[in-house]
Design a protein. Structure first.
Length: 105
């Protein structure tokens, strides 16, 4: 039973990371569409979507932006966060899951 709970927690965490990666990608696309004038910021729906995406992504992106040097208007913080999730956080979660399974849950 404990193995099942550990597996369930692992699957939920991995799915949440996957969903957050998609939110980051959608936010990047949204910001670029807004910056190039394709989306109208005066439209209430566009504004609400922008605020929603900003509230989801800024708590993670803001500290990364403070660490990264200025790149002349280019924001590489979403890429750093995505790479961190993919190549740091996911392997750590996998190894923790494997260790929990090896120890009997």
């Amino acid at each position: 039973m404990r193995v099942f709970v550990v597996f369930l927690i692992f699957v939920v965490l991995m799915r949440l990371l996957e969903i957050y990666c998609w939110i980051l990608l959608i936010s990047c696309i949204f910001v670029n569409l807004y910056a190039f004038g394709i989306l109208d910021g005066r439209n209430q729906l566009v504004w609400k979507i922008g605020v929603f995406l900003e509230r989801l992504t800024e708590p993670v992106l803001a500290p990364v932006r403070q660490i990264l040097p200025s790149m002349g208007g280019m924001d590489f913080s979403p890429m750093v966060v995505l790479l961190g999730i993919r190549y740091v956080l996911e392997p750590v979660l996998r190894s923790m899951f494997m260790a929990a399974i090896a120890n009997g849950g």
